[in-house]
Design a protein around this ligand. Structure first.
Ligand code: SF4
Length: 348
């Protein structure tokens, strides 16, 4: 009688031959149950499913619990952990030095909506290519749970303090500042978050993804409007979203013909199926109106509120050469003596 040696099944790989494990990073040191870890899992899944090579990605962050998370995915990517609120400036420089890299930023509500607000506004205005994920929990987790600028008016802290200031709605602000991709999701809704992240990663411009990500240690109690219970009971998806990659349109979960498609220049598209209300994600005014309306009702609206995949990104507006500036040879970056001479003569 012959005995059969058990065979180990070959690991599943994506279109560039990498396994999901190749997209992981270090072990998380965040509190168990923190919403940020759920977002990290979907970032890993999105890069894996898109088949983006880890070394072609640059991860950027500022300061806060959220800004630690790039260490937990894509350990083979480039990375820069900047100072508090200054990540957009570093992202701008990185983008101009090498616009072939695929950049992702992970920030928090404190890092973005308070100290980094000026930088955030100018990043959006310029439309730097960047998937900008805000892990929004309404508190400063790293400094023991004080309200941040996105905390809702009337929300309560753990020990009963009430927030008497109105919260900043980052999505409404991004629309106002001309952002070409504005979305909101919830860390407890992995299916929707994955589709939004994939679309954001393909978008050639700033893609803001504001994710309600509960802080289990300081802001997950009754009276909080950023807790798991509150988000689960108040989440209102405006549509069902399916990302359809250009390299495999057969993977679309939402069948063609039942929905509206918005295409990216590379041939990928996002398929929207309505879940109740009629909504056009290319209508910026409708998006603004809806955000204001639902905010007054205390609903957490999720989905892609607005997308304009044809809005020119900053690198294109600057007429950059196709070759990344960071690796251009010296003879292509330094003008010849005659060229300088002719410029000087033209000025006399
Ligand atoms: Fe997450 Fe809050 Fe813990 Fe920070 S303090 S790791 S935000 S649960």
């Amino acid at each position: 009688m012959t005995t059969q040696t058990p065979t180990t099944p070959a690991p599943q790989v994506n279109r560039i031959g990498l396994a999901k494990a190749d997209y992981k990073g270090g072990e998380s040191t965040l509190c168990g149950g923190c919403g940020h870890d759920a977002i990290t899992s979907q970032i890993i899944a999105a890069y894996y499913e898109l088949g983006i090579a880890p070394h072609s990605v640059i991860k950027l962050s500022g300061i806060g619990c959220s800004s630690k998370t790039p260490a937990y995915f894509l350990s083979r990517a480039h990375g820069f952990n900047s100072v508090h609120g200054r990540m957009p400036a570093v992202a701008t420089g990185a983008n101009l030095a090498n616009h072939h890299l695929n950049p992702i930023a992970v920030s928090g509500d404190g890092d973005t909506a308070s100290i980094g607000m000026g930088q955030f506004a100018h990043l959006l205005r310029r439309n730097i290519r960047l998937t900008y994920v805000v892990e929004n929990n309404g508190v400063y987790g790293l400094t023991k749970g004080q309200f941040s600028a996105t905390a809702d008016l009337g929300a309560k802290l753990k020990h009963g303090e009430v927030n008497d200031l109105p919260g900043i709605d980052l999505c409404a602000l991004a629309l106002e500042l001309g952002c070409g991709f504005v979305a909101r999701s919830f860390s407890g809704d992995p299916r929707q978050l994955l589709q939004i992240l994939k679309a954001a990663m393909v978008h050639r411009g700033t893609a803001l993804v504001d994710v309600i990500s509960p802080c289990v240690t300081f802001n997950n109690h009754e009276g909080s409007t950023k807790s798991y219970t509150y988000a689960k009971t108040h989440e209102e998806p405006i549509h069902e979203i399916g990302f359809v990659p250009h390299f495999d349109p057969l993977t679309a979960e939402i069948p063609e013909g039942t929905a509206k498609d918005v295409a990216f220049p590379d041939g990928s598209h996002v398929r929207f199926r309505k879940t109740g209300r009629d909504y056009d994600p290319t209508d910026k005014h409708a998006a603004m109106e809806l955000l204001h309306e639902t905010r007054e009702k205390g609903e957490i609206l999720t989905g892609i509120f607005y997308m304009n995949p044809r809005k020119p990104e900053f690198a294109a507006l600057q007429n950059l050469v196709d070759h990344p500036i960071a690796t251009l040879p010296l003879e292509r970056t330094r003008p010849r003596r005659e060229a300088l001479q002719s410029i000087m003569e033209s000025l006399t």
